[in-house]
Design a binder for this molecule. Structure first.
Ligand SMILES: [Zn+2]
Length: 671
């Protein structure tokens, strides 16, 4: 991470407060410090955004959203002369008006406003609206209406019918995380700003629309869907999907939505589990505040595994192949209901406040619900190598180092259940707001005053600063010994596959088909870390496992095929080809193409790309073209979608140059 290389600064460019040292610019709680979000061009500090409304018409024939947006704003400082919103070159603004309440009973004043679009970064631009000084006053609310059209910006994924599961009707979905929604509607595109929202969406007959909203209604006569999100959310959590979607209830507050051809399968794989997990999570972290918890399954072009859109988790349908991953991923998204959605990181640089805490919460839920589903087995399936630039490890650091830090805090307080009660109180205190790390740490030390006292008495402070700003691996890892029964055989088999090819008879005593997916994935991740392997080892690996792994789910297959590619093992290339013909999600294709182009198989990659490109979403096609034809100058404009790689499928840290996530940090920080 770029920020980790500047050891004394944190997200808001101030020195971190350490316990017992209050001299640091007065402490940096969000309330006292003007937060800098380098990924936003907007002047969000100048306003309070109470609510916004979207009125949208979806036109599938021309892949265009046309409509208007109303923002309800109050200036919070004097002399505000402009409203600057984040937007994107793919969004065309037609007009901007404002409506100001008339003074003492006079009629409202409606004015047409001038505006200009200015370049900002390669992932967005700024919409600079001039405000009439005569009528805009501090603490007096006014409304701005923006009429606009938007086409196929990074947030909006139009799928032709052939790219859907049913292949009969088109579908559109949005993916806002992290800085994409500025191409969906002009906004304060920063996680520091939260507001309620509502939407009216007009669609052709037969199309069902869903949004990340707590209430919805449908007028069949007008073919209009109405949505309202009554709880404040940041812009990146506004999400929409529209297509041939049907539903089935799976619990008192949950239903599954999917295209008709996969609905039955999706329901059968989740069954009554979701309500059970929600109950476990509520027992640990307090009430689930969003009302409904629904899940919509999206076609294989969905670029990531899942997205925690409030009230409505988006998840890729391909994950139905991988039962254990499906369960873990849904539990992870449920955990975001508390960590990430109710309490949100105020800047992208501290995304661990969302992902690290959600990963911790996910593992608390699985431990409570199953004793041991994945908890001890999975987290450390990769090694932290010296010399690797941490900026290439965004996923790893965000999820796993964040998880380790949260585990460290729980160890400091000495009792996992006391730590649960701290997390409950943290949620209650900061619910519906955005926080920085210092908010969490101050609250932690306030909750456990004995820790603060002992740390002041020892005059050495806790390790917070080294954790948050130091480079390298976590300072300590949670005790995972409970998982030895699962990891032991994996480690044993890894040891046997040392630098020399092992005895086949010894290897044959390990039956991978009886292992859990997580054990197999751990084994393959270790081999991937060690690649390239000696050719005779690779040949024996292939003869032992290739056919077996080929029958397993995509999470297993992609790891094996990455090993094949990184070892330039030509005999198994046909399996790589058929995998790339079958899978069309960014998360299953980009790592393989990057490995192919990083090695000696670029021609093969180009050939497969030309064979499959017609079935790839244009966004993915563009990314792959960049990898294939401009790989030396990988375009960071694709990065926002890469940021949200699956929590359970971190990229291998051994090859940072081949890892698109390198752009995550850069895209946010280099602005
Ligand atoms: Zn997550």
């Amino acid at each position: 991470m770029a920020e980790l290389q500047r050891p004394t600064l944190c997200c808001c460019r101030k020195v971190l407060t350490v316990p017992g040292n209050k001299s640091c610019e007065g402490g940096r709680s969000l309330a006292h410090c003007r937060l800098v979000d380098v990924a936003s061009a907007s002047n969000f500090h100048s306003f309070k955004l109470r609510h916004f409304h979207l009125d949208l018409h979806l036109n599938f024939a021309v892949k265009r959203i046309t409509g208007w947006q109303v923002l309800e704003l109050t200036p919070v400082q004097p002399g505000v002369q402009s409203l600057i919103l984040d937007t994107h070159p793919s969004l065309l603004v037609h007009s901007v008006d404002c409506k100001v309440p008339g003074a003492s009973g006079a009629p409202d004043v409606v004015l047409s406003l001038t505006y200009r679009i200015e370049p900002f970064t390669d992932y967005g631009s700024s919409l600079n609206i001039s405000l009439p000084a005569a009528v805009i006053r501090p603490h007096r609310a006014f409304r701005v209406t923006i009429r606009y059209t938007t086409t196929d910006g990074p947030a909006i994924w139009w799928l032709d019918a052939e790219l859907t599961c049913g292949q009969t009707r088109p579908l559109v979905f949005t993916q806002g995380h992290s800085v994409c929604n500025r191409s969906f509607f002009p906004c304060f595109d920063t996680p520091a700003v939260k507001s309620t929202y509502s939407a009216t969406v007009r669609v052709p007959e037969g199309v069902t629309v869903l949004m990340s909203a707590s209430r919805s209604a449908y007028s069949k006569q007008d073919r209009v869907f109405q949505f309202s999100m009554e709880y404040p959310v940041p812009a990146y959590l506004v999400a929409l999907v529209a297509g041939d979607l049907q539903h089935a209830d799976i619990g008192p507050r949950s239903r599954v939505w999917a295209e008709p051809c996969i609905l039955t399968c999706a329901v059968s794989k989740l069954g009554g589990n979701v309500e059970r997990w929600l109950n476990v999570a509520e027992g640990l972290f307090g009430p689930y505040v969003w009302g409904r918890y629904d899940i919509v399954f999206l076609p294989p072009s969905f670029p990531i595994v899942a997205m925690e859109n409030p009230c409505l988790t988006f998840i890729i349908s391909s994950i139905l192949e991988s039962q254990e991953f499906l369960l873990i991923d849904v539990i992870h998204e449920i955990a975001h209901g508390w960590f990430g959605n109710a309490v949100t990181n105020a800047t992208w640089e501290e995304m661990w406040l969302s992902e690290g805490l959600a990963t911790y919460a996910q593992r608390r839920i699985t431990t409570e619900a199953y004793a041991c589903l994945e908890n001890p087995c999975y987290p450390f399936s990769f090694s932290f190598s010296e010399g690797v630039n941490p900026s290439s490890l965004m996923n790893l650091f965000t999820y796993e180092k964040g998880f380790c830090f949260v585990s460290y805090l729980s160890q400091l307080c000495g009792d996992i259940e006391r730590f649960d009660s701290f997390l409950r109180a943290y949620i209650e205190k900061f619910r519906f707001s955005s926080v920085i790390a210092q908010d969490l740490l101050d609250f932690f030390l306030g909750f456990f005053p004995e820790l603060k006292e002992s740390c002041v008495a020892q005059r050495e402070g806790l390790e917070f600063e080294r954790w948050l700003n130091g480079c390298g691996p976590p300072l300590c890892e949670p005790d995972l010994s409970a998982g030895k029964a699962l990891t032991g055989p994996v480690q044993h088999l890894c040891d046997l596959w040392g630098m020399d090819a092992p005895e086949p008879q010894v290897i044959s005593t390990f039956d991978l088909s009886s292992w859990s997916t997580f054990q197999t994935v751990l084994f393959l991740d270790r081999l991937l870390d060690r690649s390239p392997l000696p050719q005779e080892v690779m040949s024996l690996l292939s003869s032992c496992y290739s056919a077996l792994l080929d029958d397993m789910n995509a999470e297993v297959q992609i790891r094996w095929l990455q090993i094949v590619v990184r070892n330039s093992f030509y005999p198994d290339l046909p399996r790589v080809r058929s995998f790339l013909h079958k899978h069309t999600s960014r998360m299953y294709t980009v790592p393989l193409y990057e490995d192919l182009c990083g090695g000696v198989m670029k021609c093969f990659a180009v050939e497969v790309f030309y064979q499959t490109q017609a079935r790839l979403h244009p966004n993915l096609r563009r990314t792959l073209q960049q990898i294939l034809f401009q790989s030396s100058a990988f375009n960071t404009s694709t990065a926002p979608s890469l940021l949200t790689s699956p929590p359970s499928a971190p990229s291998s840290p051994t090859d940072p140059t081949a890892n698109g996530t390198i752009a995550l940090r850069d895209v946010n920080v280099s602005a």
